[in-house]
Design a protein around this ligand. Structure first.
Ligand code: SF4
Length: 553
């Protein structure tokens, strides 16, 4: 890393993707060839191949990925894979005997506004009648996959390009040719911009920390939007990739990084294409390269495609994934700002965070800070799922009540359905009762209400879904996506799944075992994934108390 400036690298995950596409399973010869090329032990490459979902299942000539994320789970009445399995005649995780078709279950495809959803090859297939569409020879490509976008704040910040208020690459030439890195960081600090991926860490503080380390330094755009229910990063990368790249370039300048990486999850194939096209366009326009816009600053960007791992969105796991290793979390410190890619200082920022940066530099940090509420300045992209009358991505200011999003913007649920629970921030964010929606869209207020904002998704759960089904869904997600690096989470998620299978015949013993398990995971897990499971499960037990706990009385 840092030695090969100026041209795209063929990365390890890219090679594994290519190998996975050649055979039903990646061969030993492929693994040895990749290990030789990258001068790594075969065991290391085999470990990567065995870690990522994209490389572990069988691959038929036609490969379909069906979404089992929460929105698809709800819209399918709790059986997200059944229609695809029936249509293709093959179970999820298997290939047909003749190798003509294979089916994989994924979480999630970021089509939560148009659930249920599948990817047939790289073609999205969405909406009611999913099975018939997959069965038919010529299903309408991309049916319903375009994301409705609405601005409901005083001004559009993150998606200015989409709304055609102003185009991209308006700020970068001025910043790189006449700006000063410390002044750029100061403007972002004045804006109060915080990370939008869920942690809400102040962006300027992260940049300052990374800028203090020795060169080479790196900036990484985290496009591994894994929270089922969230699809705003997909929207940004597909519809306004130049804005994300402009934000990444400014971040690079602010910390003195000459190399940027955009890590895009493989469940978003169109986003991978759009980001790569945007990089080429930026190079051709002189926004990247040696001596950008006549300045002494060199900058270039590489796009790396992920391979199917929720935990790879965590920044230490993501940095492992970018380098082609298993996407396992590692303890911090050292933080990536001290030791990231190849051991060099690296700032990792979420795609939505970076998309706001050009606006901040163009209009000033003070203008940005006037939006939002208190320390949570600016706007947030909130995703409303398919069960709402008006699903889509909404740009709102921090501080608006959830009830405004659910009722005024989303329009509530369709006639005949009743909102039973609202999932906030993905399966690990938690659930709220319809009676508790007056809480504002602010991290602290949401935490007080027992949920986490996460990446800003709101998934409506209607009353067709039973509490035990939802509990099993959460535990299955946790069990499937735990990276296995620490025992409380690796064993705890498996045990939780087993306990969830025993509901609704709940007993005092099952409930108390459940509580003990949540306590251990909450204090002993290495990263936010394992530590978030207890809050999410407890929120579910609160909202569905009568249904889940009746057997224990
Ligand atoms: Fe991996 Fe879970 Fe431990 Fe996080 S808490 S490091 S996801 S096993």
């Amino acid at each position: 890393w840092g030695q090969r400036f100026g041209h795209d690298e063929t990365d390890v995950l890219g090679q594994l993707h290519a190998a996975a596409g050649r055979h039903e399973r990646i061969s030993q010869d492929d693994l040895r060839g990749i290990a030789d090329e990258f001068r790594r032990p075969v065991a290391a490459v085999t470990g990567s191949a065995g870690f990522y979902a994209d490389f572990t299942g069988p691959r038929g000539a036609r490969h379909v990925r069906v979404c089992a994320g929460t929105s698809c789970f709800v819209s399918s009445g709790g059986s997200p894979t059944a229609a695809a399995e029936a249509a293709l005649g093959v179970r999820a995780g298997q290939a047909s005997a003749d190798g003509s078709v294979s089916l994989a279950e994924v979480r999630c495809l970021g089509c939560c506004h148009a659930s249920p959803a599948a990817l047939d090859g790289d073609t999205p297939v969405t909406g009611p009648g999913l099975g018939e569409k997959l069965r038919g020879d010529g299903h309408p490509a991309s049916s319903g996959a375009a994301v409705p976008f609405h601005v409901a704040s005083r001004t559009a910040v993150a998606l200015a390009g989409l709304t055609e208020v102003e185009g991209s690459w308006q700020v970068w030439p001025r910043v790189v040719s006449t700006g000063i890195p410390a002044s750029v960081r100061a403007e972002v600090a004045l804006a109060g911009l915080r990370g939008r991926g869920g942690a809400e860490f102040p962006v300027a503080d992260k940049w300052r920390a990374a800028s203090r380390g020795p060169a080479p330094r790196f900036v990484v755009a985290n496009g591994d939007e894994g929270d089922p229910g969230s699809f705003c990063d997909r929207l940004l990368m597909e519809s306004d990739p130049a804005r994300v790249l402009e934000g990444l370039a400014i971040a690079g300048f602010a910390i003195g990084a000459n190399r940027g990486v955009v890590f895009v999850r493989s469940e978003y194939p169109l986003a991978v294409v759009r980001m790569r096209e945007a990089v080429e366009t930026a190079r051709a326009a002189g926004h990247f390269g040696l001596g950008v816009h006549g300045s002494p600053f060199d900058f270039d960007v590489e796009v790396v495609q992920g391979a199917g791992s929720y935990v790879a969105g965590e920044e230490t796991a993501l940095l492992h994934a970018v380098q082609g290793f298993r996407g396992s979390v590692r303890p911090r410190p050292p933080y990536p700002t001290e030791s990231g890619l190849g051991g060099h200082p690296t700032a990792v920022n979420n795609v939505e965070t970076l998309a706001a940066v050009p606006w901040v530099l163009r209009h000033g940090g003070a203008a940005y800070a006037q939006l939002g509420s208190g320390v949570e300045t600016g706007t947030k992209l909130v995703c409303l799922s398919q069960r709402f009358r008006r699903p889509g991505v909404y740009e709102v200011e921090f501080g608006v009540p959830l009830r405004y999003l659910v009722e005024a913007l989303g329009g509530g649920l369709e006639d005949g359905y009743r909102l039973r629970a609202l999932q906030v921030g993905g399966p690990l964010g938690g659930f709220l009762s319809p009676d508790d929606l007056d809480v504002p869209l602010l991290a602290e207020a949401l935490a007080d209400a027992g949920v986490a904002l996460g990446h800003g998704s709101l998934v409506a759960v209607d009353d067709r879904i039973t509490a035990p089904e939802l509990l099993r869904h959460v535990w299955r997600f946790a069990d499937a996506e735990s990276c296995g690096a620490c025992t409380p989470c690796r064993v705890g998620t498996r045990r939780g799944r087993e306990l969830a299978e025993r509901f609704p015949t709940g007993s005092e013993q099952v409930l108390s075992q459940h509580e003990n398990l949540l306590d251990v995971m909450g204090v002993g897990s290495l990263c936010a994934f394992g530590r978030s499971v207890p809050g999410a499960v407890r929120s579910l037990l609160r909202v569905y108390r009568d249904e889940l706990c009746s057997g224990a009385r």
